[in-house]
Design a protein around this ligand. Structure first.
Ligand code: FES
Length: 127
């Protein structure tokens, strides 16, 4: 177990390592993101965490970038590297791969998203 001093960390990348994402290359995506962070010398300002299922398995492999609250879908190793180079490095979101962005009213799916809407939590509570 490790206890990092996270003072000065500017961004946090949550990489899904749940079973659906792992079947779609989650381990390779994790390694690619971490390698790109190291290659760009960003280890002191970007923290990564492997997570269990994030509840968007149809979009596997899922990765989330905070503090922006940008949810990415269907990541490959190369897309993981591109998130680090473009989103983290230059502030450019990879629009075509976004499931949700974080707005004033909460998470919002882009109008251009082709991801499934999923099950409403309100509907689930009524069943
Ligand atoms: S396993 Fe990654 S979203 Fe479910």
């Amino acid at each position: 177990m490790t206890t990092w001093n996270l003072q000065g960390t500017k961004q946090h990348i949550l990489i899904c390592n749940g079973s659906s994402c792992m079947r779609k290359g989650g381990e390779e995506v994790t390694q690619a993101i971490r390698d790109e962070i190291t290659q760009l010398g960003l280890d002191d300002v970007v923290h990564t965490t492997r997570t269990r299922c994030n509840g968007r398995c149809k979009d596997a492999c899922v990765t989330i970038v905070y503090p922006e609250g940008t949810w990415y879908k269907a990541l490959t190793e190369e897309m993981g590297r591109e998130i680090v180079r473009s989103h983290i490095g230059q502030g450019n979101i990879l629009e075509d791969s976004v499931i949700y962005t974080y707005e004033q009213e909460g998470f919002v799916a882009p109008e251009t998203s082709d991801s499934i809407e999923g099950i409403s939590k309100k509907v689930k509570e009524e069943v």
